[in-house]
Design a protein around this ligand. Structure first.
Ligand code: LLP
Length: 419
């Protein structure tokens, strides 16, 4: 079974590059995330090559996975970063990003975050509110930054082909600015002397199934910015899909780029891919804690849950589940569930899977994007360790240790205050 160039089953053992995953799991225990840095580099290069015809500059969307080793690998290869909070900016600067190569996006940036980003010299702001322009201008003027580059995020009111909970470009969504609001901001641009409003930003959703809504949005965008020669940049956001199942096919990148090309001709193009760079490079490894049969169903209770990977509970996402060493005991239809006290803590329901025993280890596949990044301490569970297999393919390291009970308690204080 071959998942991609880095992750495959060889002689009944799941391998990540040249290493059997069971060896890493034995060392670190479970649950644990394991990522292939080689695959991440390959995905980055593939996207860069596919978007070369439109000269796109890639800003990796750190929200998908902000593991320090992953950020460093991408930054070393020349990726810019799309950050959505002061925390993400701090993490990416720490990983070696140049502030100029960071795009600061987000629907609700605080004044403090705006000040921090300007002090650090962030390259671009993607703006989603008119008042934000004033805040950025004020911060730039008081810090003494002559011009801050701004892209206005356009809500094109199109319906993306994706799960409704990761769709962002329809009317009624909280994201972006309407055409009317953008027209107003551009017409009044002289009110913001410290801003250079020179870009427009689009992100209509994630895991986009086809290009129709993107092309509609781009046509509307061109119409909108035509009267404003100062706008020289179109940021296309993220949204490139990945296959979560072996039998799922995704649209060709080359075709997408050739469809987009006429719409962005003459503009500088930025891109903010997250999922397409990291999703298929990561797995979440877990151990079967209990097996029980009730109400005619088989339950595999594993030590990973919605606190490590919330995608199935939140979006009904289906991730493949593969034993680290293929057991030879036939197939069953089972429920793979976590220990959390929530009925939605189900990693796979009615899934055909190799028959497992207590102690067997499994990998939840394609978990590199929005896995650890969305992990929580719900039920006071400890967030898992993360390991990375180096680009050479045969050495690995721990890039984040498993949390401890001490980590859970470290922010507790007992401070009395007076009003
Ligand atoms: N740019 C903007 C403005 C975004 O909001 C996002 C994702 C991206 C770029 C990166 O999108 P990507 O290339 O990864 O599709 N937690 C959900 C996905 C949420 C996406 C949020 N925004 C999931 O697990 O499917």
């Amino acid at each position: 079974m071959i998942f991609n160039n880095s992750i495959r089953v060889v002689d009944a053992a799941l391998m990540i590059d040249d290493l059997p995953v069971y060896a890493i799991a034995r060392e670190l225990e479970t649950p644990v995330y394991v990522y292939s840095l080689k695959r991440i580099q390959e995905n980055y290069r593939r996207l860069k090559a596919a978007f070369a015809p439109v000269g796109a500059r890639l800003h990796y969307s750190a929200k998908a996975n902000s593991n320090a080793a992953i950020l460093r690998t991408l930054i070393d290869k020349g990726a810019g970063i799309d950050a959505v909070s002061g925390g993400e900016i701090a993490r990416t600067l720490r990983a070696g990003a140049a502030a100029q190569d960071i795009v600061f996006a987000g629907v609700g940036k605080t004044v403090a975050e705006i000040g921090y980003a300007i002090e650090r010299g962030i390259g671009w702001f993607n703006v989603e509110n008119e008042l934000e322009l004033q805040y950025i201008n004020e911060a730039a003027s008081s810090i003494g930054t002559e011009k801050v580059q701004v892209a206005l995020r356009f809500n094109p009111e199109v319906r993306a082909d994706t799960h409704p909970q990761i769709s962002t470009g329809h009317g009624g969504a909280k994201f972006g600015l309407t055409a009317a609001a953008i027209g107003k901001a551009l017409a009044g641009a002289e009110r913001y002397p410290n801003l250079s409003i020179c870009g427009v930003h689009l992100h209509i959703g994630s895991q986009l199934g086809d290009s129709a809504a993107t092309l509609q949005a781009l046509a509307k965008t061109r119409q909108l910015i035509k009267p404003y020669p100062n706008i020289h940049t179109i940021n296309l956001g993220g949204g490139l899909p990945v296959a979560y199942r072996q039998d799922q096919s995704i649209p060709s990148l080359e075709e997408l780029v050739s469809e987009i090309a006429p719409h962005v001709h003459g503009y500088q193009v930025l891109l903010e891919p997250g999922r397409a760079i990291v999703a298929d490079a990561g797995i979440l490894v877990a151990t079967v804690l209990y097996v029980k049969e009730q109400a005619g169903k088989i339950f595999y209770i594993i030590d990973a849950s919605m606190t490590e990977l919330i995608r199935p509970a939140l979006y009904g996402a289906q991730h493949e589940i593969v034993p680290l060493t293929q057991p030879d005991d036939g197939w069953v239809v089972a429920q793979v569930v976590g220990p959390v006290c929530e009925s939605t803590d189900v990693l796979a329901s009615d899934r055909e899977i190799a028959r497992l025993q207590v102690g067997d280890r499994v990998a939840i596949m394609t978990a590199g994007a929005y896995g650890m990044a969305m992990a929580s301490n719900y039920n006071s569970r400890l967030r898992p360790a993360e390991a990375v297999v180096a680009v050479d393919g045969d050495s690995w390291s721990v890039s984040r240790r498993r949390e401890t009970i001490g980590d859970l308690l470290y922010a507790n204080v007992s401070e009395s205050r007076k009003v």
